[in-house]
Design a protein around this ligand. Sequence first.
Ligand SMILES: [Zn+2]
Length: 123
Amino acid sequence: MVRIENWAVSYDDPADIYTAPELKSRHLIGKVYGHPGFPDGEEISTGTLLSCSGRTASTRKTTYVLGNPNPDYIAFLAEQGLPEIDPEQPLRIRIQCPNCKSEQYSHFTYCDQCGHRLKITDL
Ligand SMILES: [Zn+2]
């Protein structure tokens, strides 16, 4: 299993202020351990996150187990007034579905209420 430590979530196109954060592609930045392509402790940026469940997150090629988040990232979330990281489900975010307007926690793929696709991903 590949583990990522000292991680933070990074959004594609940070300059694009017109797309809501939950609709942007996300990837992780952090130090990897047990990855066949990198030495332990190497700082990497993952591919686009396609799904997550509990403390794991998957890209097209790799499933990462989330270790401890980067303290700077936690401070950044607090500064921005964003919700704290839920240790059980660190990557979930509270969103409003653009289709049915329901407020919910999501793993950023489909709306729990109406099934609307919340983000386009290239599988
Ligand atoms: Zn919906």
